[in-house]
Design a protein around this ligand. Structure first.
Ligand code: NCD
Ligand code: ZN
Length: 347
């Protein structure tokens, strides 16, 4: 049995860091293990302009504890008022690494998102021209569409038509949760990638709903049936270049998770790498963890892989992870996989 594993230092291609006290509390959890992360722009108000992204990047770097290295890769929140010239200038300066499409109303803080794709075509055409990726929250928001079908319907009615209209546009399907998503990504050619979260490799919808409602397993897109979880596992461990890690670690204080209208998001920054080692070991694919966590993402984003390495160690005893982290904004529950984990990251 493999007892240790050395990987290029991983990156997180989809991360929520928030702002203020929460940012200060959660940033070390990511920076401890990850070199870089694509930073989601769904703050209140959202990060819409290059100037706002530059200011947010400064706040992230200020919140980084002394002695920790971490590079935030900034994104812009696409609105129907986004200026193509501002996006192009932000990308040319090296600050902006992607633009995020939230269909209006799809998830946390998405009310400023896009209602009509025609309204943002000039931005998307500019992005296609300069090669700047569009990160998509791939769910329709039509109330008539069942929440468990929203990803598959988005692929058919929004994503596929958009990619036919603008084949040069580079697209990342964020946090895919279905077999349909995994299959579509695999067939999409070099301009299409897909991130997969840690938690969607571990839970299906029963974990959320059977035997009592578990608010800390509720996220968006919501976890689906077991067959979809198995398809995601096969995708993530396949080594295929189109699949890479985006944890979607999305902290909310416990008071807002354990609530009559609980917020969506699983907080996995603290224990993602041990959990991934566990999953890849179960799938007999430890030799492909580096591709998923450290190589495929940089290749899609046309960035070099990290030179530094980390070492994961398999311990005979189950490893203890904190149940919560305590931020100045309040306690945040760490994702609990519900099984003992023997892997840890060596300090
Ligand atoms: C994210 C959040 O809380 O910002 N929540 C989530 O469930 N993933 C938003 C998102 O990525 O959809
Ligand atoms: Zn997210």
């Amino acid at each position: 049995m493999t007892q240790h594993l050395i990987l290029r230092r991983p990156d997180d291609w989809h991360l929520h860091l928030r702002d203020g006290a929460m940012l200060k509390g959660v940033l070390p959890e990511t920076a401890r293990h990850f070199a870089r992360a694509i930073i989601m722009p769904n703050l209140v108000p959202p990060v819409v302009t290059t100037a706002q992204a530059a200011a947010y990047r400064d706040r992230i770097l200020q919140a980084l504890p002394d002695g920790m290295a971490f590079e935030p890769l900034m994104t812009l929140y696409l609105t129907e008022g986004t200026d193509p010239a501002d996006v192009a200038a932000g990308a040319a300066s090296g600050l902006i690494k992607a633009v995020k499409l939230y269909p209006a109303g799809a998830t946390t803080n998405s009310q400023s998102g896009v209602r009509n794709l025609d309204a943002v075509m000039p931005v998307l055409e500019k992005m296609a021209e300069i090669g700047l990726p569009l990160c998509t929250h791939g769910e329709v928001t039509t109330p008539e569409v069942d929440i468990f079908d929203r990803e598959a319907v988005f692929i058919d009615t929004v994503l596929d038509p958009l990619r036919r209209r603008l084949p040069e546009l580079r697209v990342v399907m964020e946090h895919i949760t279905t077999r349909e998503g995994a299959d579509y990504a695999a067939e999409g050619g070099p301009n299409l990638g897909a991130t997969i979260t840690t938690h969607h490799l571990i839970i299906n919808r029963n974990h959320i709903l059977a035997g009592g409602i578990k608010p800390h397993y509720y996220c968006l897109p919501v976890a689906k049936r077991e067959q979809h979880r198995l398809a995601l596992r096969a995708a993530a461990t396949s080594g295929k270049a189109c699949y890479f890690l985006g944890t979607d670690s999305a902290p909310h204080v416990d008071a807002l998770k354990e609530h009559a209208c609980g917020c969506a998001g699983c907080f996995t920054a603290t224990n993602t790498l041990p959990l991934l080692a566990h999953v890849f070991e179960e799938e007999d694919a430890l030799n492909r963890l580096e591709a998923f966590a450290s190589l495929n993402g940089p290749a899609f984003y046309r960035l070099p892989a990290n030179d530094a390495t980390i070492r994961l160690v398999r311990q005979p005893a189950a490893q203890a992870f904190p149940e919560k982290i305590f931020t100045e904004a309040g306690p945040v529950t760490v994702f609990n996989p519900g099984f003992p984990v023997h892997w840890s990251v060596e300090a």
